[in-house]
Design a protein around this ligand. Structure first.
Ligand SMILES: Cc1cc2nc3c(=O)[nH]c(=O)nc-3n(C[C@H](O)[C@H](O)[C@H](O)COP(=O)(O)OP(=O)(O)OC[C@H]3O[C@@H](n4cnc5c(N)ncnc54)[C@H](O)[C@@H]3O)c2cc1C
Length: 370
């Protein structure tokens, strides 16, 4: 006998859980998550930043629209803060100045950005080599706490009577008599008139299971390493620091430093593992652009950032299947845009007000790939 809900959501990452939390005050919501714990894949492996240097105009609009949610979450959401302040520094060499100018002009409508000369760059981030001669800083960057975000959404879902079923890997999907009927590998069935596809890197696979045309998502692997900072480094004063081109970022991480070579290796959806080459590249780039010697890699991990062909998220009802809702393609900005994406999902499914004045539903709709 199928367990029935108004809305079934496949995926217990930040996308599925934030949408579930928003929708649960309007409908009976059940989230199906393949793993035993939430956030096991991309949502638990990110660089955990909120800033406006990520993505393009559309991503910035999404980030700005519900930034207040991160800074002042609704009461009862989570007792812990969802993040803390961390400046974000984008730095450039002399020959990269043009790219820095272009970025500055794209960003100024979204954030208060300060332009830095060589002295100020090194004052803010003394670990950089002397060829870092120009910088932009957003002093209101936020280092997110993904655990607090995931748990807050889960708490809100449960408080409104919704449920998370973990260890429930969806293996078959059929549409019968106006209902989506979803069967897990263990043979449990769940049904609902609306099915939200928030399966991250697997979202195209879920569409195929449901007989819905995929949108062409591409998971790209990214690697992070952690290592000791030089003795005496004031870690709490360091920014999240990134090269103007996508070569390297680093930031303080639990008493050490983390760094990524910003790799984008195409991958199948999977439990991504770090590859030796990108691990070595992270250490090499760190030594190339900073004065830090990476003597011992303390830990390393990889995660998938999953993009639609135009690198914009895909949110909305599928044009080719009644009641099938896409919530995918969050790329490298899915944590910081999750409050807006969840509010958009609630708007399109439950009819709440459209939350992002600077964007239209068409810009996000799966219809754009027809
Ligand atoms: C290295 C790295 C750095 C990043 N840095 C940032 C950053 O600084 N800021 C930011 O905002 N974002 C960042 N991101 C991006 C962000 O992590 C992702 O956009 C976001 O986590 C995507 O969330 P999701 O819920 O769509 O995917 P996921 O967290 O992967 O969740 C999808 C879930 O679906 C489940 N699932 C799949 N198939 C099935 C099935 N058949 N049945 C049931 N469940 C299924 C999976 O188990 C998974 O838990 C980064 C990502 C990486 C990898």
């Amino acid at each position: 006998m199928a367990q029935t809900s108004d809305i079934l959501i496949i995926g217990g990452g930040i996308a599925g859980l934030s949408a579930a939390a928003e929708l649960s005050s309007h409908a009976k919501v059940t989230v199906l998550e393949a793993e035993e714990q939430v956030g096991f894949h991309s949502s638990g492996r990110s660089a955990t930043m909120l800033h406006y240097f990520l993505g393009d105009r559309l991503v910035r609009e999404l980030t700005l629209a519900r930034r207040d949610f991160i800074e002042n979450p609704p009461s009862g959401f989570n007792d812990a803060p969802l993040g803390h302040s961390m400046p974000v520094l984008i730095y450039a060499r002399e020959d990269e100045l043009q790219a820095l100018d272009a970025l500055e002009s794209e960003i100024t409508q979204f954030a208060e950005i300060d332009r830095l000369d060589a002295n100020s760059v090194h004052e803010l981030c003394p670990l950089l080599k002397h060829d870092a001669t120009h910088g932009l800083v957003d002093r209101k960057g936020i280092r997110l706490d993904p655990h607090a975000l995931l748990q807050g959404n889960l708490r809100q879902l449960r408080h409104s009577g919704g449920a998370l079923v973990s260890g429930a890997r969806v293996a078959a999907i059929a549409r019968t008599s106006g209902l989506w009927e979803v069967t897990t590998e263990e043979g449990k069935t769940f049904s609902a008139p609306i099915l939200v596809n928030a399966a991250g890197s697997w979202a195209d696979k879920i569409a195929e299971l449901a007989g819905v045309r995929p949108v062409g998502l591409q998971p790209l692997r990214r690697t992070i390493i952690t290592f000791d900072a030089p003795h005496g480094t004031r870690l709490d004063a360091l920014p999240f620091a990134k090269t103007i081109h996508d070569e390297l970022y680093f930031a303080p991480e639990s008493g050490r430093l983390f760094a990524s070579p910003m790799d984008e290796v195409p991958s199948e959806p999977c439990d991504a593992q770090p590859d030796d080459y990108e691990v070595a590249l992270a250490a090499w780039r760190m030594e190339e652009r900073t004065t830090v010697k990476v003597e011992h890699i303390h830990s390393k991990w990889a995660g998938l950032r999953t993009f639609a062909p135009d690198k914009h998220p895909v949110v909305g009802f599928a044009p080719d299947a009644e009641g099938f809702f896409w919530l995918a393609g969050q790329g490298g900005f899915g944590l910081q845009t999750s409050p807006a994406m969840a509010a958009i999902t609630a708007s399109l499914i439950a009819g709440t007000p459209w939350p992002v004045a600077g964007l239209s539903p068409e810009e996000l709709s799966p219809d754009r790939f027809r």
